[in-house]
Design a protein around this ligand. Sequence first.
Ligand code: GLC
Length: 551
Amino acid sequence: MKKLVMLLICVLASLPAFGQKSPDWLKAAVFYQIYPSSFQDSDGNGIGDLKGIQSRLDYVQSIGVNTIWLNPIFKSAFIDGGYDVIDYYQVDPRFGTNSGLVELVNEVHRRKMHIVLDLVAGHSSNQSEWFKQSMQADSNLQYSDYYIWAPNKPNDLSEQDASRWVEANAPRAKYYIKNYYDAQPALNYGFAHPDPKHPWEQAVDAPGPQAVRRELQNIITFWLEKGVDGFRVDMASSLVKGDPDKAATIALWKDLTGWFRGKYPEGVLIAEWFNPKQSIAAGFDVDFMRPGKLTSANERGSATPAKVYFAKAGEGSPADWEAYFKDQYESTVGKGYTSLPTGNHDQPRIAGEDRKDPAELKVLLAFLLTQPGIPLIYYGDELGMKYIANSPDVEGSRNRSGSRTPMQWDGSEDAGFSSSSKDKLYIPLDPDPNRPTVAKQDKDPNSQLNYVRGLLKLRKSAAALDNEGGLEFLSDVAQPYPLVYMRHKGNEKYVIAINPTNKSVEAKIVSQSAHRAIYSFGTTETSSYKTGNGVDTIQLPPVSAAVFKLE
Ligand code: GLC
């Protein structure tokens, strides 16, 4: 009997992540994404750095966010803005030092906030020591199998796969497989279904892929031991090759996230997967959602421009979004979190030439910041910083530089971002002399900044509106405007009504059996919610949003 109990204990102990969940602090987490080269320069070279970020923590905290995600800060060749890492154990000198990072982490923690870094798990720089060694003719060196090398390129590759083969003519072999740019060779986590005729396709449990997996654990351990709270994992779904249903990639992450959860119960892993159904099943705590046609006609990856829902013209529909969101969100409830960001370093910002009216932005923010899951504010979106079309291509940004312009702090020449001359700035500033700044908006009670602060304060004060509060769509998708939904927890209920159009709109919804609805927050108090017999009626003026508390 004793032996049996011991055996059971051993089995349970060896099961990764057995019964363990995300840390509690995620329940109230609100993310703030910082692109480090663009946030605050402390040494006058025109490029942002860690000391700069540290000097702005009071501001970051004042927004109402509590968890910072930094885009990559490790030693890089900057062929892809830091997503081409040369040394995963070293902060790039552009940003500071390892001990400078520890100082920043401590300052963040002193404010009871958290900080996560960006882990480029799928590929390194072609200038990393690992890659340089794996190029050598001798294939028995420590890093030889960290990458995928092949002597010849098969003819039957799909177009997408073929585009990933880079002709290197290295002593080791003619080709390697990349993930994004040529300078980003894919790390070798193995193939889901290795073809014996393709000797370069190693199994996920072959020594090379297993060594890369251990390396990833070492990197994670290295930074978590320094106090970092976790990672956002770049292209997390890309690791195992030839894995269309992602089964092998999910299995790999289950292994790693299980190990992680056991070792760092307070740590978090956030996936860049854009498929919470898969990534949460793989053990991630959070995954991002794409806003689809809600906010942008030219969503990356979509061929045809669509009618945008959040546009004054009012020609869009939330139907696709509702279906997609329900499906993804419902499969993750109680297991992990979705996150619908205001933007990121890869997408055009929500503010731009096609959406520049502050009222419109406020309506969109009311929607984004009252969703379940973890809100994320991309630096500057709290001010309405614009996507600057035709910004120069910097370090592989291509047209993404328009979303990576320097943070706008004040009315000085460099907007308080740097003391360098204007022509040395990482990316040129928004040239508009009336560009929004923290200094201006901080003082103005009606500014977008203070509106965002108000929304986040409301979110914090009401359990129904927090990351785990429930969501129910109330309006009829066949009548797309306004969009009305409820957030609820226990007996607490909030109804949110959103009207992006330039017309007054009315929604009749099934009665929520409330005595009354109190306007709690929004763009204007002139909206109304009348409780009725069998039917509740909500009226909204043009371009407005309102949050009502039901009592
Ligand atoms: C991710 C990053 C993007 C980068 C790419 C390759 O999608 O968000 O900025 O270029 O991965 O690493």
